[in-house]
Ligand binder design. Sequence first.
Ligand SMILES: Cc1ncc(COP(=O)(O)O)c(C=O)c1O
Length: 414
Amino acid sequence: MTESYIQNLFADRIGGNSYGKGTEIYKFEKIKRAKRAAMAANPSVEMIDMGVGEPDEMAFPESIEALHRASLKPDNRGYADNGSDAFKEAAVRWMKNVCGVDGLLPGKHICHSIGSKAALSILPNCFINPGDIALMTTPGYPVFGTHSKYIGGEVYNIPLLEKNAFLPDLTSIPADKLARAKTLVINYPNNPTGASATLAFFRDVVAFAKKHNLIVIHDAAYAALVFEGRPLSFLETPGAMDVGIELQSMSKTFNMTGWRLGFVAGNDLIVKAYADVKDNTDSGQYLAIQEACAHSLDHPEITQKIAAKYSRRMDGLVGILNKHGLRAQKPKGSFFLYVKIPTAATRNGQRATFDKAEQFSQWMITENLISTVPWDDAGAYVRFSVTFIAKGEDQEKRVLGEIDKRLASSKFEF
Ligand SMILES: Cc1ncc(COP(=O)(O)O)c(C=O)c1O
């Protein structure tokens, strides 16, 4: 069959005329295939899915009711452009009441996003010229880097290592890369490591950004999910407003991944540039969603209940993994538990060895019907997400008991 002329029209950034012809199977597809095969081989055994990076529950009833009410208002029907004042004002109140960040002005320091992913795809257009470098951390959420590369930028990845508490060692960035760098993206609590930042680290970031003329983008998608105390915002760091912005998201904070809403907060010049490019990218999120989310932002107890659930599940899971010889440490927030892989495991007399997290993750799916996500970017780790499906505490205990039972027949070596 002759090839369509369309094949020759793809832009180089997505592979040019080789687009779609690659045979490499990507991580998430490998997980999907292994799960399918394990379920086919064990049709009566439940697959415990801890690979999913999103909440297992719906938004709270009061948020859904607020959406229903808001969607009945004719004024909410049209283009939202760069957002409603009500949502911006609620964002300011939330930043003050929940994060302790005072002094933000709704019309100057806040602009909504159709989720943080959308904001991360828009922001490179504000700063990255061909040849500029975007500093990213690895392992991590790559969207800002991907879009920087789409427009001719380069990415320099700073590894997140256990010995540094999974914080980037900024002094490790080579001088020639730093000279071309314009942006630094950080994310705490971090996906996938679950690590939290400290005020001291944020202070270092501000000083580093000022010294090297960098823009800091703190992706705070999990910031509100803390197990103790209150969320730590980058913007509460002295000087942070001079160098950067923070991306907050409703997705994990209020079980609203599908609703697609977040906000960008911080330095007014950066927010203005984001709003200008955003205005040429989308027409804003549905105003009824913004209204319902404004209502939710005024109810931070919703997030506290969600975080308490993850904390309880985390306690259970950490206890079970440690009991069976894996080495897990409860994070201070998020729903991710990042665990170093063993070098070998023996089950039913069969010994398997692992060089890479991907092998261990496949073994966990095949042998235990437990799904995790492997990360081999800076050491070999698997990420357990405590968003496994379980309605209520009894079901939660049942799932944890099942994990306990399955791992009891395995012996791990390090
Ligand atoms: C680190 C990180 N940033 C951003 C996002 C995207 O969030 P949103 O749903 O607000 O687009 C995710 C989602 O998984 C994430 O893990």
